[in-house]
Write a protein that binds this ligand. Sequence first.
Ligand SMILES: Cc1cc2nc3c(=O)[nH]c(=O)nc-3n(C[C@H](O)[C@H](O)[C@H](O)COP(=O)(O)O)c2cc1C
Length: 357
Amino acid sequence: MFYHHLIKPILFHLDPESAHHLVATFLTLSKKIPFFHKTLSVIFQYPSSRLEQTIHGIRFPNPVGLAAGFDKTTELFPTMIHMGFGFIEVGTITAKAQSGNEKPRLFRFPKSKALVNRMGFNNPGADQTEINLKNQQKLGVRGINAGKSKVTALEDAVSDYVYTLKKLIPYGDYAVINISSPNTPGLRSLQSKQSLIDLIQGIQKEFQNSFPIPLYLKFAPDLTEEELIENLKVCLDYKISGVILTNTTLDKQNLGEENPPEGGLSGGPLFEKSLRFVSLAYQTLQGKIPIIGVGGIDTREKALQMMEAGANLIQIYTGYIYEGPFLPFQICSYLDKVVKERGYQSISQLVGSGKIK
Ligand SMILES: Cc1cc2nc3c(=O)[nH]c(=O)nc-3n(C[C@H](O)[C@H](O)[C@H](O)COP(=O)(O)O)c2cc1C
């Protein structure tokens, strides 16, 4: 109520990027207030042992994560981890600092609860991020999302990713190779089978075939179903720890706008596609590696659907902007209720328990 009637009208009066900066500045400054983080935890966290899962040795207090792109500088992590999330994925971070594309580059579509962005990996770069993270307390699960610098040629992608990963792995519980942003020219071509194999092998070789923390790949929803399945099989063959489905889509048909801006679409219109991809991935992977489901989750029911389709964990971004800071709490309390009602001991029993989509 408070968010919808007071905060959201003020934020939505501003252009989307200024609104994000205002919130980020508020959160960064407020952490100096005594007991601020403790107070946030009391207000926003829904603690329940039924929601806990340990995946690849990482204990997730609940399955609701903040998706990559919200905390591109990694500076919001210490505060956001107290806002009811089970984990936060920071980044995308690239080897070199980037200012991203020209503004405006983020657009709201409130009727569809959607966003279109062409941010272009604006981030402080791996060196500065290492300094940020070194000075930060880590009080929860942190994923490190790595991308390719715009100025680096596709042929040199491996060394670019490896540079970032080597710098930041000490500060992450898991790492993500992002090859699915539509806003870095050519990046998505790394998802074609042979390029994907070369990329994975190249990275693994740099780590003597023993990557120190779980390594996830994040895919686009614009792959064909055949391509997705092919890539999932590559993930199994090359011992990737898990997959994130999905990034934003270039397909804006569901948005219903005549001249939508260029960029990737997220939020409501993406949900069915992400859900379908998660379901397909669950059938293909058969629980061998975990799936993080993301795309258009803006209600507790959609969160449940995503887990029933096969997601071990979920992430939100656009839904958080439209529904506000209580969304993780609302999702957690609902999932806990469902787990209890069904007589399950743990949230993990929900995973893949739905009808095939
Ligand atoms: C403004 C914005 C910036 C984003 N930046 C990134 C990014 O840097 N790296 C990434 O992997 N995904 C990024 N994403 C994609 C989200 O992590 C997520 O995969 C996608 O938005 C679908 O989830 P949603 O519908 O809940 O927003 C971004 C999304 C938005 C809206």
